[in-house]
Design a protein around this ligand. Structure first.
Ligand SMILES: O=C(O)CCC(=O)C(=O)O
Ligand SMILES: [Fe+2]
Length: 259
């Protein structure tokens, strides 16, 4: 079925994500080494242990992983831009910087962090009406890892009533049929901001479903232009000093390395 009819399109072997995965492993492993945290035989266990023992460290690493050149360059790669144009964005622009999700109940404080209920991305983007999300797993996602679940044709309903947390009321979701979409690393699924989707259930006890999410608008979409290109997501700077006891006396050492 075409993208316009189903509201999503799966692309097998779309882009190589191995460099992104490596950049993530490097950030977490360097952090663990420097802080004497255990590095386990497999990466997922290292993350689960870090989450348990040093939650702030886990969150810091996870956020930093979203800023690597490897990830950002995927989001603006020629193949990505070409695909967005093919799917109808005349003049693709980035809605939000790339996001990474580490989905597992063992690396989340509550369910909203790893298992999103049915929603449309529109409520978190609110850019152009033809806005598109590209979702790419960085690991193979078979059924037991909780693939993304999509509702074919749901984008044609337009914006549905939304609850505060961007979910849509259960009554409405009952009308939709969710289709589980197992994927492999390097695959990508592109979907309309109005396509209803939700997270599947990662039922494994020791595996993390790592995925990258890219969101785009179309600068040439006439209503987006008429709405004066509103920006929904605003990043705020925390006020004041982040660390009160920051050892400023060590500041010069970085310019005078001894090793
Ligand atoms: O990764 C998932 O399971 C869903 C993520 C999602 O839909 C979102 O961030 O909007
Ligand atoms: Fe979503």
């Amino acid at each position: 079925m075409s993208y316009l009819k189903s509201g999503y399109q799966l692309e097998k072997s779309f882009l190589d994500v191995s460099e992104v995965k490596r950049s993530i492993e490097k950030i977490f492993c360097n952090y663990c080494k420097l802080n004497n945290h255990e590095i386990c035989d497999d990466f997922d266990s290292t993350l689960i242990e870090l989450f348990k023992k040093d939650n702030d460290g886990f969150v810091g690493c996870a956020k930093l992983c979203q800023t690597t050149p490897e990830l950002i360059s995927l989001s603006v790669s020629p193949a990505m831009i070409m695909k967005l144009k093919e799917l109808g964005l005349k003049n693709p622009v980035v809605n939000t910087r790339p996001l990474l999700s580490f989905s597992s109940r063992y690396t989340a404080k509550n369910e909203d962090y790893w298992k999103l209920p049915a929603h449309q991305d529109w409520y978190s983007t609110q850019g152009s009406l033809n806005g598109i999300t590209c979702w790419m797993p960085l690991v193979d996602v078979p059924e037991e890892l909780g693939p993304l679940e999509m509702c074919s044709g749901s984008h044609l309903c337009g914006p549905l009533p939304s609850t505060e947390d961007f979910g849509i009321p259960v009554l409405l979701t009952d009308k939709f049929e969710f289709l589980s979409l197992p994927m492999n690393k390097n695959d990508a699924v592109f979907f309309s901001n109005f396509t209803v989707h939700r997270s599947g259930n990662n039922s494994t006890s020791n595996r993390i479903r790592i995925s990258a999410h890219f969101r785009f608008d179309d600068a040439d979409e006439p209503i987006f232009i008429k709405r004066k290109y509103p920006k929904h997501k605003v990043e705020m700077r925390a006020s004041g000093n982040l660390m009160k006891e920051f050892p400023m006396s060590n500041y010069l050492e970085i310019f005078n390395p001894t090793s």
